[in-house]
Design a protein around this ligand. Structure first.
Ligand code: CO
Length: 210
């Protein structure tokens, strides 16, 4: 079992390894950060964003919660988005989900009153909105399709948000995409959503309107 002293020992090795390969690293990054991606992902422990996209430390500003939800009424989500967009001026926002997500699975069951149930109601609503199509699929297929639809819904929540819309209006470059990965192989896939302006987002709605 892992212990705190083992973690501290690992940390000291890691720190001296970094300093050995790049002696200026901590000095260079101590004063500011210039990440190029805001990553909104699931808290799932199996794969972290830095490993998934193999970017150097300092590249990814991260927000994670159960089910990779961008909740428009959650102060934490809003603060992260505001800081990433208005202060750090990240040029990319990624919403990343994953197949076999426990949060998505729980959202397909009945709700309870525990905090995790209430949090997952946000995915449960999405499930109910797409129930006609989703209920035609079998177990794992339905689970995975809901994970994809959830990522799409969270991308739209971000595009709909005033922080992003005002930044786009000012001419700030922000590209917003939805990704998903398979826990079986760690391979990321783009979900066909990519928006870099209010117009690109509106066009999508025009094309997909019933
Ligand atoms: Co998950």
């Amino acid at each position: 079992m892992i212990t705190i002293s083992k973690m501290l020992e690992n940390n000291r090795k890691w720190s001296s390894q970094i300093t050995k390969t790049d002696p200026e690293y901590f000095l260079r990054t101590a004063d500011n950060q210039t990440p190029e991606v805001l990553w909104i992902g699931c808290s799932d422990s199996r794969v972290g964003p830095d490993q998934l996209v193999s970017l150097p430390m300092g590249s990814v500003f991260v927000h994670r919660n159960i089910g990779n939800i961008f909740a428009t009424n959650d102060l934490n989500c809003l603060a992260v988005l505001e800081y990433a967009v208005d202060e750090l001026k990240v040029p990319n926002i990624v919403v990343c989900g994953h197949y076999r997500c426990g949060g998505v699975h729980a959202a397909m069951q009945h709700s309870g009153i525990q905090p995790v149930d209430l949090w997952l109601d946000q995915i449960r609503f999405i499930y109910q909105n797409h129930a006609t199509k989703l209920d035609q699929l079998d177990g794992d297929e339905r689970w995975n399709r809901l994970a994809e639809i959830n990522v799409e819904a969270q991308v739209h929540n971000i595009c709909r948000n005033t922080i992003v819309r005002e930044a786009w209006k000012r001419g700030q470059d922000i590209n917003i995409v939805g990704l998903i990965y398979d826990v079986h192989d760690g391979v990321l896939k783009q979900l066909g959503l990519e928006f870099n302006s209010i117009d690109s987002w509106r066009d999508y709605y025009k094309k997909t309107a019933p």
